[in-house]
Write a protein that binds this ligand. Structure first.
Ligand code: NIG
Ligand code: FE
Length: 411
């Protein structure tokens, strides 16, 4: 690891970014100057102030440099695992019926409530190391396995503590509306009142929340219940997002659009009206192919219709123990191309600029002077290689806030 008090020039690299239409933008044989954690300039070889004593020079040997990857939807902090459920589903069981029977998410609620702060930090750091090796430089972490004030606060404190680990930036999301906890069985409305009156304001005043999420589904919350939650979030000045149209359509996308949400996530069952509403309000569609794959779903998100309406698409891992034990954004990109029909260009856009927008970041996600120097340096010959491999990470260096980390060395 080396920091850049002097400034840094990445020389002899191919700069790879994407444009709004999801096309690659390539500058071959280029160099990038970084100062104080910020991209200072990008230009052809030799055009920057490389001779100055103020810069260290890193020769990239024709490697490719992209924006640092951003994972805009994860449930990274949790205790236990769901191996029993995984095996039961292999034998023909369904995710919905397991949740209805009090397993599924409820199992992880139990194990997360039982885990200490320190245990959760340790588990999450182990997972973050894997993510970093695959190029993650920023990520979102949701709560939602606590479902009471103390346990949700514990999860969010863990997430805050992870901010900066391996240089990774963390945004926290309150997902108290994940499912109705057993203590509130058949009293969903009362649980939502508890969230909006007690839990949300308290966690917000503790500074633990960057956004509010809710799961809109037959096994979770209705659009009406989520409107109550989002209304309160908005009144507190907090941005919203949601898990919507994952297993069925309940018009959650349109609800999110009406609250100018940051993102609408999953969307396998979204219809054209939902897509139009999202596109009109600039809400990012976050596609989660890991969950689709791991649950052996058959209904793909209507990517063609999303393109037709210029809906911006992001891709994330959805890393969680139940529906998506996936920790590699590169593999999520591969799945988005093979399973959902995205182009490699759209896949890169989906884990950089569009993922940044989904998290409300304005200072990253592209390679441009003035933006934060979060970059990945890849040993590839062609840009489409980034979504090509299954389980091979061609990452050489990860740069966060101008600090270089050697991706091949153990951290
Ligand atoms: O994004 N859809 C709801 N929430 C998670 C799954 C959580 C779990 O099963 O533990 C998801 O798929
Ligand atoms: Fe999720």
């Amino acid at each position: 690891m080396s920091s850049d008090p002097k400034g840094l020039i990445l020389r002899d690299c191919n700069v790879l970014d994407t444009d709004f239409n999801g096309r690659f933008v390539i500058q071959k044989d280029a160099e990038i100057a970084i100062k104080k954690g910020v991209i200072e300039a990008v230009g052809p070889r030799g055009s920057l102030v490389g001779a100055s004593m103020d810069y260290e020079v890193l020769s990239c040997d024709s490697a490719w440099v992209t924006p640092g990857l951003i994972d805009c939807h994860t449930h990274l902090v949790y205790g236990g695992n769901r191996i029993d459920e995984y095996q039961a589903r292999l034998g023909g069981g369904s995710y919905l019926s397991m949740n209805e029977a009090g397993g599924g998410i409820y199992q992880t609620v139990e194990s997360t409530r039982a885990a200490s702060h320190g245990e959760l930090v340790k588990l999450a750091k182990f997972r973050l190391r894997q993510m970093a090796r695959n190029g993650t430089t920023s990520l979102e972490i949701k709560s939602g396995y606590g479902l009471d004030l103390a346990s949700e606060a514990k999860m969010l404190r863990v997430a805050r503590e992870l901010d900066g680990f391996l240089g990774i930036s963390v945004k926290t999301t309150f997902l108290g509306a994940h499912v109705v906890p057993k203590e509130f069985l058949n009293r969903g409305d009362e649980y939502v009142d508890y969230l909006v009156e007690e839990v949300l304001p308290e966690l917000n005043s503790l500074g633990l929340i960057d956004a509010v999420d809710g799961f809109c589904e037959t096994i979770a919350f209705s659009p009406e219940q989520l409107k109550t939650l989002y209304g309160r979030a908005k009144s507190l000045g907090i941005a919203v997002k949601g898990h919507v149209e994952q297993l069925s359509n309940s018009s959650g996308a349109s609800v999110l659009a009406s609250f100018d949400a940051l993102s609408a996530d999953h969307l396998e069952y979204v219809d054209e009206k939902g897509i139009q509403d999202l596109a009109k309000r600039g809400v990012v569609a976050v596609l989660l192919p890991g969950a689709y794959y791991f649950l052996s779903e058959k209904t793909r998100p209507p990517v063609e219709v999303m393109r037709m309406h210029s809906l911006e698409m992001a891709i994330a891992t959805d890393a969680n123990p139940g529906t998506s034990p996936l920790y590699s954004l590169l593999l999520a990109m591969n799945m988005a191309t093979v399973l959902f029909g995205l182009s490699p260009q759209e896949a890169l856009r989906g884990t950089t600029a569009n993922a940044a927008k989904a998290l409300g970041y304005r200072d990253r996600g592209r390679i441009e002077a003035g933006l934060r120097a979060d970059l990945c340096v890849w040993q590839i010959d062609h840009p489409a290689e980034l979504s090509y491999y299954l389980g091979l990470s061609p990452l050489i260096y990860r740069i966060t806030n101008g600090v270089i980390r050697d991706a091949q060395a153990d951290e």
